[in-house]
Each structure stands twice: as structure tokens, then as C-alpha cells.
Design a protein around this ligand. Structure first.
Ligand SMILES: [Ca+2]
Ligand SMILES: [Ca+2]
Length: 116
């Protein structure tokens, strides 16, 4: 009478052949095996630790065994989107406007307000 689910099969491309297998331990996802090119052979293994993706193994040679590992980026939610803070409208070599007697030139305008 053990109703614990330990394995789940999914057919992600609807060709009625399973191509994704999820494995659970103590109701926690520990591994996903994936047949990413749908040739009925698993070629991608995702290992989870503490419910988070830890590493991914790839079989790139079709041998059925992992021959390349990828580490999941640690703390992906901390270093999310790279903040590109380059102000628009700055020109390379950024010399100030060649106003004669330039000391009277106004301070740098706010970015994006200068373009027409
Ligand atoms: Ca399938
Ligand atoms: Ca495959």
C-alpha cells in the first residue's frame, strides 16, 4: 500500500512515446531523464538537489551515457538579468559640445532627452 509516486512519464511531443521521465524520492524531484531528440533513447539527465536543479548531463555521442556535464547556475535568481546601464546618446570619444569659451556650457543633459 505504498502510493508514493516515484516515477512520472511524459510525452512532450505527443507522438505517444514517452520522452521525459521524472524520478522522485520522498516525493521530491531528484532526477529528470529526457529524450531530447525523440529517438527513444535518453540523452539528457537533470539532477535535482533539494528540489533545485543541480547539474545536467548530456549524452552527445549517442552512447547512452553522459559525456558532458553542465552545472546549473548557482543562485540564478540573484544574478538574474544583467543590468545594462549604458546611457543612450553617449558618443564614443565623448567630448563636450564645442561651444566657444566652453566653460559656460550647461551640465550634461539627461540621457534620452537629447535625441530628436
Ligand atoms: Ca514523445
Ligand atoms: Ca535521444
Amino acid at each position: 500500500m505504498n502510493a508514493k509516486k516515484v516515477r512520472e512519464e511524459l510525452d512532450t511531443n505527443y507522438d505517444s512515446q514517452s520522452d521525459l521521465w521524472k524520478y522522485y524520492e520522498d516525493e521530491k524531484l531528484v532526477r529528470i531523464e529526457r529524450d531530447s531528440d525523440f529517438n527513444a533513447r535518453v540523452d539528457e539527465w537533470e539532477y535535482y538537489e533539494g528540489g533545485k536543479l543541480d547539474r545536467i548531463g548530456y549524452d552527445t555521442s549517442g552512447s547512452g551515457r553522459v559525456d558532458r556535464w553542465d552545472r546549473a547556475p548557482a543562485g540564478a535568481d540573484e544574478t538574474g538579468a544583467p543590468a545594462e546601464a549604458a546611457p543612450a546618446g553617449t558618443t564614443p570619444g565623448g567630448t563636450t559640445t564645442s561651444a566657444p569659451g566652453g566653460a559656460a556650457a550647461p551640465p550634461a543633459p539627461t540621457p534620452a532627452a537629447v535625441k530628436k
